[in-house]
Design a protein around this ligand. Sequence first.
Ligand code: SF4
Length: 457
Amino acid sequence: MSNATTLPDAKKVGMVSLGCPKALVDSERILTRLRADGYAMSPDYAGADVVLVNTCGFLDSAKEESLAAIGEAINENGRVIVTGCMGEEADAIRAAHPQVLAVTGAHQYEQVIEAVHTHAPPSQGPFVDLIPQPDIKLTPRHYSYLKISEGCNHSCSFCIIPDLRGKLASRRIDAVLREAEKLVAAGTKELLVISQDTSAYGVDTRHDPRQWKGREVRAHMTDLARELGQLRTAEDKAPWVRLHYVYPYPHVDHVIPLMAEGLLTPYLDIPFQHAAPSVLKSMRRPANEAKVLDRIKAWRDICPDIAIRSSFVVGFPGETEADFEYLLEWLEEAQLDRVGAFRFEPVEGARANDLPDPVPESLKEERYARLMEVTERISAAKLDAKVGRTLPVIIDEVGEPDEDGDIGATGRSQADAPEIDGAVYLRNVPETLAAGDIVEATIEDADAHDLFGVIEN
Ligand code: SF4
């Protein structure tokens, strides 16, 4: 029986998925539900009976992008249902696009499904519902996002996510582990653990313990990491497991030894947002940055290969030149591996909008450029230090043979998460190589973002 288990007249759904990996997981869940209801997926506007646009509402620039995507879907298809974070602003969406069929908010799965059933009633068939299939993934088969909770209990002054997605709601640990096990059994080699606040996992359920494989495990980041490290791929290897959106609580220190033991990929995505105490205070973020430098040093003592990714906001209201200089000096000392930077952008509903002393746009641009210059120089030096080393690399893509028959491939080291970090470009790879393979590669060269090398025989 082929995979295409839908009836010829099955209604087809198109999906435009915007925003963060958490939104991507929402899109995957919606599509999986719809397929179980007898819908097929359309790869383009022309073939779709209805198009879903999963929007992002985190920043005004993201809202503009969402409205443009809705407009395109209306022009290209005409039958559009909107969901996601910007769906919380239904009036604004209807004002811009009165033709939309329905608007629902973030993770309102039932409402979306109902809207699709209303506007593109499913064709009935005796077979579809009886054939279980792996969940629909919008990422390549070899890596998957694993969303462990929804919402956030913090109130960072520049952020409206708690208003959009509500308070922290952690999933049961056994449900998360079962999903992870299913993903690995279906070919996932790399699990990306995501939420708004991964290190707060289980705080809202008092780390509710559950039975898993005869053991009691708590809904807690450390227990989760340890259990994910016990999973086994088809090659009887531990999957790569990355922790993303880790808020800098003290207990984060407890997962570092798991990295040194090889149970967890030596990678931590931990947004610090700034370093200057006064700026962190008005951001309503933990202000103890001095201790953070000591902690980073201790993490590297325990796990020398740990790669630390973080993100920073420049031009936050009230940020002085001294604050910004402080941040640059802090970055020099922290020596982070991967840094994303954002220019502060007021978003409707954020408390930071009312703060005094906004930073002029031109100064924001100048500070953004200076920060990127510092972090790029640090990245270049750190990558250069990897030349000559042999590193595990997961393959994302294998190229076509060139005129000499040589084949290249693109992959990532354990220090590179998909879509946000750098790549490893490999030359002369064997033609048997496939996406998802994990190989040992010798690094021959580096630039400020990427590595270049060859596979060890
Ligand atoms: S921790 Fe993240 S999601 Fe939560 S309020 Fe702060 S920035 Fe927003």
